[in-house]
Design a protein around this ligand. Structure first.
Ligand SMILES: Cc1cc2nc3c(=O)[nH]c(=O)nc-3n(C[C@H](O)[C@H](O)[C@H](O)COP(=O)(O)OP(=O)(O)OC[C@H]3O[C@@H](n4cnc5c(N)ncnc54)[C@H](O)[C@@H]3O)c2cc1C
Length: 259
């Protein structure tokens, strides 16, 4: 029986207007949230690993009350159970503290592998999977664009700029997956109905034996000092072809040092 924990993050919808609060944290109150699209790939891969055999997928999130929506979506896709760590003291935690909470929660679960997305669609640091692996004392194989599991051996393909790597690890491990692993499934009506009955555990920091002084904005190692909205895009320059369109185009490109 293969037991996989998939860490999923609840993020502000990237298609909405996103803003920051006065303390430079992301305003998560006034924008709809959802399961980070990059984490859907990790859920999909976990479901595929257990599809042919005996297995179980548990999704884990750390976040405010609404973050349970991310867990619910993964359950609708087919995951078996969920865990939501929520505590007022977590607000403003940085990636380092987030990794502590995730690692403590994973230690409480029975698992063979832990899957992550390659990054989140809000902060997108891409460091949480390896921070968690370090805390758990496990190998991490990251940025998998293809995964195959045979018993307790996991093989991944990692596509780099100059080479493609085939990597293999055995035993308990952490894997992060890219958006190249294959489309994530949509929840079916049957899946949506079945998800309502699936168990979701709610844990607080004390359930994990974490002191509030180890997490939260006041104790963060990294803080955002200021935020500046990107200036709106300016209209492009239109070149009208009056027989000299090609020349004008080249002149424009040359002025931008493209040619
Ligand atoms: C409600 C909330 C408020 C936050 N406020 C702040 C803040 O004010 N300032 C600040 O610096 N940081 C804050 N953070 C933390 C910040 O977003 C972390 O840096 C973050 O959790 C790590 O995400 P990332 O995008 O950097 O990780 P990445 O390394 O890019 O993400 C990789 C993968 O890690 C997993 N993952 C990441 N975060 C979580 C999570 N919370 N639960 C489950 N899986 C996860 C996902 O699979 C994700 O795809 C907050 C986090 C949350 C949940």
């Amino acid at each position: 029986m293969t037991k996989i924990v998939v860490a999923v993050k609840y993020v502000p919808d990237a298609t909405a207007d996103r803003t920051f609060d006065a303390d430079n944290t992301v305003d998560r109150e006034n924008v709809d949230g959802l399961l980070s699209e990059l984490d859907e790939y990790a859920v999909e891969q976990a479901l595929q690993v257990i599809e042919d055999g005996d297995g179980e997928v548990t999704v884990l999130t750390v976040g405010p009350a609404d973050a349970s929506d991310a867990v619910r979506k993964a359950l609708q896709m087919g995951a078996d159970a969920g865990v939501h760590v929520e505590d007022d003291a977590i607000a403003g935690s940085d990636a380092f503290a987030t990794s502590l909470i995730l690692a403590k929660a994973i230690e409480k679960l029975d698992y063979d592998m832990v899957f992550f997305g390659m990054g989140s669609t809000d902060a997108g640091m891409g460091v949480v999977p390896t921070l968690v692996a370090e805390r758990l004392g496990l190998p991490a194989i990251t940025f998998a664009s293809e995964i195959s599991v045979d018993g307790d051996t996991v093989k991944i393909r990692r596509d780099g700029d100059a080479a493609t790597h085939q990597i293999e690890a055995t035993g308990k491990l952490v894997v992060s997956v890219t958006d190249q692993t294959g489309e994530a499934r949509y929840p079916s009506f049957k899946g949506i109905m079945a998800a309502k009955k699936k168990p979701v555990e709610e844990w607080s920091l004390s359930d994990l034996g974490i002191d509030a002084a180890e997490v939260g904005g006041d104790n963060a190692w990294t803080k955002v000092e200021s935020t500046t909205p990107r200036p709106p895009r300016t209209a492009g320059e239109i070149v009208t072809d009056e027989g000299d369109g090609g020349t004008k185009l080249v002149e424009f490109l040359a002025s931008k040092k493209f040619v």
